[in-house]
Structure formats: C-alpha cells, structure tokens
Design a binder for this molecule. Sequence first.
Ligand code: ADP
Ligand code: MG
Length: 445
Amino acid sequence: MLSGDVAIELWEQVRDKLRQEAGETVFENWLGLISLSSFSNGKIVIAVHSKFHKDWIEPRYGNRIRSLWHGLSKDVLSVTLVVDERLAGRSTKKSEDAASSILNLSSPLDLRYTFDKFVVGPSNNFVAAAAQRISESEDVAFNPVVIYGGVGLGKTHLMHAIAWKIRETNPSRRVVYLSAEKFMYQFVRALRQQDTMAFKEQFRSADVLMIDDVQFIAGKNSTQEEFFHTFNALVDQNKQIIVSSDRSPADLEGIEERLRSRLGWGIVGEIHQTTYELRLGILQSKVDDLKNCLVPKNVIEFLAHKITSNVRELEGALKRLVAHSQLIGRPVSLDSAHDVLHDLLRANNRKVTIEEIQKKVAEHFSIRLSDMSSPRRARAVARPRQIAMYLSKQLTSRSLPEIGRTFGGRDHTTVMHAVSRIETLMLEDSVIADDLELLKRNLEA
Ligand code: ADP
Ligand code: MG
C-alpha cells in the first residue's frame, strides 16, 4: 500500500527527475505546474490546470512521468493526468461551499495581539506602518507583503493585528491566517483523504491569505509547490497575501528560486533588533496593563538595559518577576530582579555584534573601519577583514549572507572562504592564533 508520506516523497523524486531531464525552462513553464491530486489503491492522479496544458504535456512527457512512477514503486498501478481548472484559481460554483468552510482553515487569533498593544519604535515603524496601511485599505497595493525578523520580535503579533483589523474594518473579507506548518499539515491531510481539490478550493477562496513562519516549508518541496500554486492563483485574482519569515526572502535557503523571487515582488519589511527605548516602551505598556502590581522605574530600566535578546524574553522576565513578587508577597525591586532572573541575565550578557567585531579588529590591526567593507584586496586589509568575518561567524548568530552584506555586500561564498582560510591559518601560524585568542577574549569580556 502506498501511504500519504510515501506518495509525496515519490512525487518529489519524480519532479526532481523531470526537472533534470527537461531543464529549468520547460520545468518552470510546464512540468512544474502539475500537481499531485490524489492517490488511492496505487492509482495516482496528477492534475494540470488547463486542457491546453495537458495537450502539451501528455504527448511529450506522459509516458516518462508514468515510467518514473512505476520505476520508483511497484505499488503504483496507474498514473493519470487530468485537467482541473480550479487549479488555475478560477472561481467555480463550488467556491461558496469552500468559503463556508474557510474558518476551519484559519487558526484562532490571540486577543492580546492587536495594533494598540503593539509598541512602535525605530526598529519596527516601517513594518508597523505597512501593516496598518494594508489592513485599513482594500486595494491591494503591495503583493505579497513579507514581514521578516528574528524570533520574538513581534512578527506573529503583527500578523494577528492585521487580521483583527481587517475583520473589524471589513467583516466580509475572508481572512485566512495560519502557520506554514499548519498549511503543510492540512495539505498532507488533504492528500491522505484524497481531497486536494477541496483544499485548493478553500485556500483559493480567501480574500487575504496570511502565512506565518514561511521558512518552515524550506526543503519541503511538495508543500512549497502547493503554496506556490495557491500564491499565484490568489495574486492573479488580486487577493492579498501576507507572509512572515525569520529571514529575508533572499536568505531563505531550501526554498525554490521561483518562489523566493516571487516573495520579493511586493513589499518586504524587516523588524530589526530592539533598541533600548523600544524595550522601555514595551515594558512600560505591559506594566500599565498589570493590575495591583507596582514595578519601580529603576527595575524597568534595568530590564530594558539587560534583556536585549528579544521581546518575548523581555516579557517573560517581567512576568516572572511579577509572579515571584506576588507569590512571596514582597514588592518588586532591583534585588529581586537580580535574584529571580540571574539565568536570563547571564544569557543576555554581552551579545557581540558584527559592528563591534569590525571595530575591534580594525583597531587591533590599525586599519580603517571603512576597509572592512571596502573592495580593497591588499593583504594588509584583506586578512583582518577575513579575521573579522571569521569572528562574526563564531560569535554571532548571523547567517553567512547576512555577514557578507555587512562587509560591503560581499557574497556568502566569500565569507565561507574567509572562515575556512582563517581556520587553516590558525593551525599553521601561531601569531594569528594568538591574535584571534586575544580578540575573542576582548570581545566577549
Ligand atoms: P515572533 O512571531 O516574531 O517570534 P511574537 O509576535 O510572538 O514574535 O512576539 C513575542 C512576544 O513579544 C509577544 O507576546 C508579543 O506580544 C510581544 N511583542 C513583540 N513585539 C512587540 C511590540 N513592538 N510591542 C508590544 N509587544 C511586542
Ligand atoms: Mg511567530
């Protein structure tokens, strides 16, 4: 018996093979647009969105597709290509049914995640403004809207805020909000129940589709493909798509190029690391919401100063502090903050940034800071630059492309090369090894 997971897995292999054999162009325009529709008792059904499409594919690739399937599993009995116009996103008589079940797709929204609870500062004002704008206006001016940023910086909060606001300003707009993980889960379930048409139909009848944490579908090819089709169908109908991600579309490794580039078509906004003032503002607003608990100003400032990793941890720290004080019946103070939060404080101690690394390394080798990003290739600047890249990889959680960008827009392969070069040199050259040891100690101090 062919199980759902196996069928998806096989389908991915078939697609990969077709892509190799037919080449990128044919794949993008033709073969990449077919999708696995159902499988039962070894009968595989593959759907294309038009007769034209089918008439093109069948004589050229029909038998090849069949033989690939049969070659992969003896459980495959037949492979049929069918036309399903709903794949093209055209609305059909069924779309009303789909609309009625759309609420099942959408995840519940958190009551606390609204715009008025979202504190705006320099690190998020662009994204917040864009979010406000798209939720208040019905014309689809930017499509898709991509919100990206590190964990705990407010992506989900903003997504929910947008959904709430749209529901408030225009309740007839059908908003579907869910995580990419849930999207995949629903898709796999639809495949298993041989009900992908209903699945497609439901997603294509959304007016606003919001997918949280889209990075989750990296490397999950069938889900990506399905998302890509949904995406295109909705964009064609001028429906709004809003996506969040933990990194920029350009940095989404494991996501197909065509989807990655399409994610960059509309507006892409980053939520940056928080500033001290924003952390202060967020804490103040959370404290204002607390009933019968007083948090002194110096404690708020202390937390804003010390807990810099992200807003989720900041919030967690405040909650812990308040819970502790209520439990033992003593007011919140600087002392209790030190006591209760010592683990968090230690973890937040000294997060080195690439900028600090560049500065320290430039000083150490007496070169100009600007040489860190200049194109100059003279050994006297190139080597320190490589050392700074190496340290950035070691001491921060930034990705190779991000590091490359901070060093004058260099490619991630340049960073990779620098890292391995320095690793080798450290073994061969004790002067370099000592330099690095010293720099590291200074930076982490
Ligand atoms: P992400 O989805 O980016 O990982 P979340 O949206 O889940 O982050 O945010 C983590 C927590 O921090 C949530 O409780 C959220 O309400 C809070 N938060 C993040 N940014 C802000 C902000 N600018 N103002 C108020 N609360 C925020
Ligand atoms: Mg989130």
